[in-house]
Write a protein that binds this ligand. Structure first.
Ligand code: C2E
Ligand code: MG
Ligand code: MG
Ligand code: MG
Length: 291
């Protein structure tokens, strides 16, 4: 394909650009169809206490399960959905399903102990959010204390008064706020001061660099994690490490004073049916060990 360029006459289009435009259009169509046909699901990944591996909560992770194309990961969807604005409707679906899943887990284990962490994009902080969330929680008999709102620095960087107001409402309502992917953005530390943050999630790149081939990198990443942990605790925040894939990483992070963690070592994200089955077989194993 060619187009005229003002200065240089003909300019050849990059076919890669065309592919990107086509793929983008395809994804937009999948999103629209997914909303209409109800293909969006909230998968769950356990968050565990690093002291004993006990499950303390679950993170909801969106999956678009397309009947022909299969599973589409968030990385393909979220960015486009944020640009086109469909993220608000996707977010509503995920929130509603995830809360329903948490209620199902509570019905299974008979406790109200675990929490549910849900990821939010900047556009989702509409003034009606706290009210809508309250209605959902009431419907499923879930306390707001069990909800964690995960945001990234991108949300706080907007410096939008409406976003601040909604975050404050959610916090006063009893929900906890987690700062996701901590350490990868800009001026992270000041946010701990200016916003009602309860949980700091150390980005998985830090966990990964604990395994670096270079001793120097390993030593520095240990120091960084310890530093983040110290500051977070002093600010009254709980610390979660992301991306734990090995036993070594688990033990090291525990020794570095990190409270909680999540990662493939403990469990991959999975649909609620799989999660309920896993929890059930774990509690049966525990019962037979005791009996
Ligand atoms: P995140 O919130 O930081 O979520 C953690 C990501 O790490 C998830 O990727 C999860 O599957 C992955 N992960 C968990 N344990 C491990 C591990 O041990 N190793 C590795 N390599 N990866 C691990 P996922 O599900 O692809 O989500 C990617 C990102 O998309 C999320 O990062 C979050 O920023 C965004 N996202 C996911 N669901 C939603 C949603 O419902 N709404 C919004 N707005 N964003 C979402
Ligand atoms: Mg997250
Ligand atoms: Mg993260
Ligand atoms: Mg992330």
């Amino acid at each position: 394909a060619r187009k005229r360029d003002g200065k240089n006459g003909l300019q050849i289009f990059d076919t890669g650009m065309l592919d990107t435009a086509r793929e983008r259009h395809e994804i937009e169509q999948c999103i629209e169809a997914g909303l209409k046909e109800d293909w969006f699901e909230a998968w769950l990944q356990p968050i565990v206490s690093l002291a004993d591996g006990r499950i303390i909560g679950f993170e909801a992770l969106v999956r678009l399960d397309h009947p022909e194309k299969g599973l589409m990961p968030p990385g393909k969807i979220i960015g486009i959905a944020e640009e086109t604005g469909t993220i608000s409707r996707i977010g509503d679906r995920v929130l509603e399903k995830a809360i329903r899943h948490l209620a199902a887990i509570s019905a299974l284990d008979g406790t109200q102990d675990t929490y549910l962490a849900v990821n939010f994009s900047p556009l989702q902080f509409e003034l009606t959010l706290a009210h809508r969330l309250a209605a959902l929680l009431l419907k499923h008999h879930i306390s707001p204390r069990r909800i964690v709102i995960e945001i990234t620095e991108a949300v706080l960087m907007l410096d939008n008064p409406e976003v601040h107001a909604v975050l404050k409402q959610l916090s006063e309502f009893g929900c906890r706020i987690a700062l996701d992917d901590f350490g990868t953005g800009y001026s992270s530390l000041s946010y701990l001061n200016r916003f009602p943050v309860d949980i700091v999630k150390i980005d998985q790149s830090f966990t990964r660099s604990l395994n670096s081939n270079a001793a120097d990198v390993r030593r520095k990443s240990r120091m960084l994690i310890k530093g983040i942990r110290t500051i977070s605790h002093q600010m009254g925040c709980t610390v979660v490490a992301e991306g734990i894939e090995t036993e070594d990483q688990w033990q090291l992070l525990r020794k570095l004073g990190v409270d909680n963690g999540q990662g493939y070592l403990f469990s991959r994200p999975m649909p609620v049916d799989g999660m309920l089955a896993m929890l059930e077989s774990e509690s049966e194993a525990k019962a037979s060990n005791q009996g």
